[in-house]
Ligand binder design. Structure first.
Ligand code: NAD
Length: 255
């Protein structure tokens, strides 16, 4: 499918596609949150452009890496704590309120879909959530300020107060197994939708990028909206290149 630049005509066309859909899956990547002040992965100033991501195996085996992971996370805290849902998140929440959205599948770890009013049970976080932490051994939840206090006192990568296990942000790192329940929910939602909207993802990170392919193979309509081309544009039924906030606002009919 040849991509089109954002225009009134394709906003109107997409609004009609949405009105004709009965079971919609919305799939989001880092691009939905850039207008909230959180850089994406590959764009200029991206979170990890200056720092090589820390693999899960390195986190498990190296105290230096655990300390480094937490230093990086605390450095991001002012930006993450200040981030609020933007026009794009609010437009998705408005579409959700119409009752046609099966699930919002997200690669994002910022919790902004939930903050926009979508119930947590309808947001499938494929890569976890960085707004809190968990013990890797017993699963006890920790809030970030609490972890920072423990870190300041000990000067070491924080360990669980209950069981001594390593405490890590509740995200899925490179090399860490994907969360089975979320993968299964995402698969079920994808297989039951008739319209799959992929928004603000470069669609190069697998297995997440496999869901739009699965939707298409299962005869759903695939619509991709992104600032720049993606490797899946060729299989999509509609591709629009543009800024998500204004486009989604137009589609959802919110000013
Ligand atoms: P990505 O950075 O690979 O791709 C984002 C895409 O969105 C890019 O193609 C970019 O051109 C586009 N984009 C950026 N702003 C846009 C806008 N306003 N309108 C339209 N398009 C826009 O991100 P990804 O595909 O989600 O994969 C990267 C991984 O990094 C994810 O797995 C995610 O876990 C993680 N990540 C998450 C966040 C977050 O939670 N906000 C931020 C950065 C990275």
């Amino acid at each position: 499918m040849a991509a089109e630049m954002a225009s009134g005509a394709n906003v109107a066309a997409l609004r009609r596609v949405l009105e004709g859909a009965r079971r919609v899956v919305i799939f989001t990547g880092a691009g939905i949150s850039t207008e909230s002040g959180i850089p994406d992965f590959r764009g200029p100033g991206g979170w990890w452009t200056q720092n090589r991501p820390i693999d899960f195996a390195d986190f498990l085996t190296s105290e230096d890496m655990r300390r480094e992971a937490w230093h990086r996370r605390f450095a991001l805290e002012p930006m993450l704590a200040a981030a609020r849902p933007n026009h794009g998140h609010r437009a998705i929440a408005e579409i959700f309120r119409r009752g046609i959205v099966q699930a919002v599948i997200t690669q994002n770890i910022d919790g902004l879909h939930q903050d926009s009013g979508i119930p947590a049970k309808s947001v499938i976080e494929l890569h976890g959530n960085t707004t809190y932490a968990k013990c890797l051994s017993c699963g006890r939840r920790y809030e970030i300020p609490e972890v920072r206090d423990i870190f300041r006192q000990s000067g070491e990568g924080p360990v669980c107060l209950d069981c001594g296990g390593f405490v890590k942000t509740a995200t899925i790192s490179f090399g860490q197994p994907m969360p089975e329940p979320e993968m299964e929910q995402a698969r079920a939602a994808t297989l039951s939708c008739d319209l799959f909207l992929a928004l603000g993802s470069s669609l190069v990170v697998y297995p997440a990028a496999g869901f739009p392919i699965l939707a298409k193979e299962n005869d759903a309509r695939l619509v991709i909206i992104n600032r720049e081309p993606t490797p899946l544009d060729g299989i999509a039924d509609m591709v629009i290149h543009g800024e998500l906030g204004s486009l989604l606002g137009g589609i959802a009919g919110i000013p």
